[in-house]
Design a protein around this ligand. Sequence first.
Ligand SMILES: [Zn+2]
Length: 431
Amino acid sequence: METNPIGVCELLVGLPDVNVLGVVDDAGAPIVLHVEQRSLRPECPACGRDAWLKDRPEVLLVDLPCFGRPARLVWRKHRWCCSVSSCPMGSWVGVDGRIAASRMGLTDRAGRWVTVQVGRHGRSVAEVADDLGCGWHAVNDAVIAYGAALVDDDPDRVGSPTALGLDETLFARQGPWRRQAWSTQIVDVDRGVLLDVVAGRDSSEPSRWLAGRSAAWRDQIRWATLDLSSSYRSVFDTMLPTAVQVADPFHVVRLANTTVDEARRRVQNETLGHRGRKTDPLYRSRRLLTMAEERISVDGHQRLRGLLEAGDPNGEVRMAWHAKEVVRQIYAHTDPDVAAAWVGDIGRDFCDPSMPIEVRRLGRTIKRWADQIIAWHQAHVSNGPTEAVNNLIKRVKRVAFGFRRFRNYRIRALLYAGKPNWDLLATITPH
Ligand SMILES: [Zn+2]
């Protein structure tokens, strides 16, 4: 047991090689510890002569709460200068990354702690800042600096996937016009791990990212999953020419749901001359229409039939709804040949002139992507992982109320959905 008062104090403060100069304990305010490095006079890094102490700048840092109270650390630093006036070294300040990384408003231990809270547990920056009794920016800067090191300095994090997926995500609305800012997520579809996020949803950034991997890494990818986007198709055509392209079922079904929605809104407008209102039968049917048929109760079926009879005089919404269910059926087939025939039939039947315009458009898209849609039955890469990653990212965005800066979004998404090796957190150096 340590009984020497100085030793006890240093043990409680828990920082290596520091002298505790004092503690300020004002009621209602954070407890403030004053410390300095226990350092000997250094030599000049340039010429090796003695250094002189120039002055003692103080830095105020946010530390971890101490015995239930917010805490601050005042680090009384040493600014040294070379004793040789002609030496180009000038002056420098003593640093110790174990106390705090340079230009950081948090101590090192607080920085690592907030990274876990926000990055791993998905808490909001505001909430964690509240725990520490400090500002939002101090916490956010630390999460991004430590987080960037954790996701970018670990060469093993990306691993060697055999199935790779590209998927667009809206990460922010920017400026006075709330312009949509898009990004592309790159997913290991086998493991359901977010590998990276790049800016934009055209082909340039995903291609550049893939070009940054080794040829061997690209060669091992056998399956390339995508939504029905021609830019991602061109990424794979160019960068992964031997991988089999697979249309993600999640997106195919979502497109079919959008088709029902569009048909409903058009018919709504044509029959009533206005957009959906609460009492309109078609508007009231919108949830039931995009629900999977087998999940609708007997009552629900009856209600849907009634609403469509009231609001869909030519049966166009019903046809679109039926088309959606037919598209969903693609994935109920387990035999690749049967599925291929099914997709072929869709491409033909949906384009029939008797079909509503939205269904014909869906039919043309399915025809254009038939190979990729059918490939799913060979690949059997599940759509679960893409959806799982999407859900994780949605959570990150909800917690953060949208992101202003792409870099923040990328790091936060990777910390939460990119399965970083948290064991490395203790050893990384913040960026
Ligand atoms: Zn010098």
